[in-house]
Design a protein around this ligand. Sequence first.
Ligand SMILES: [Zn+2]
Length: 130
Amino acid sequence: MTHQIIQFAATIIVSLTILFPSLKMAKHAFLKLLNATIEEESMMDVINILGRYFEHYCEFSDLRARSAGRKIFVEVRLVLPEQMPLAHRHVIAVNMEKDIAQNVPGVEVTIKTAPCRRNCEYVKRNEPCP
Ligand SMILES: [Zn+2]
């Protein structure tokens, strides 16, 4: 339940920080307010990077994080446009994993990709997938 709230909050924060870069500072205060765990804070950092690639994918879902020792393992399912070739999907996932590995210390992320089933947020708004 808490993770769903965090994911929802994170989605809003990511949208807002894309529109208003100065709001990035608000993130930390917001997380403190939510009493976020270290896993949730890592998820937020991961989401921030996912946000940089927003023009490449339809949406992401099933974000989870667990910690083992000092490492935090984050998993996310990335929905990519159906017409995108498999090799291209793979390249995007690998690039994002690398970006996260370089920018979020202690976090190991696994990105699973899936083709869009024409039910993403874009389609719901009657827009084409990116
Ligand atoms: Zn889509």
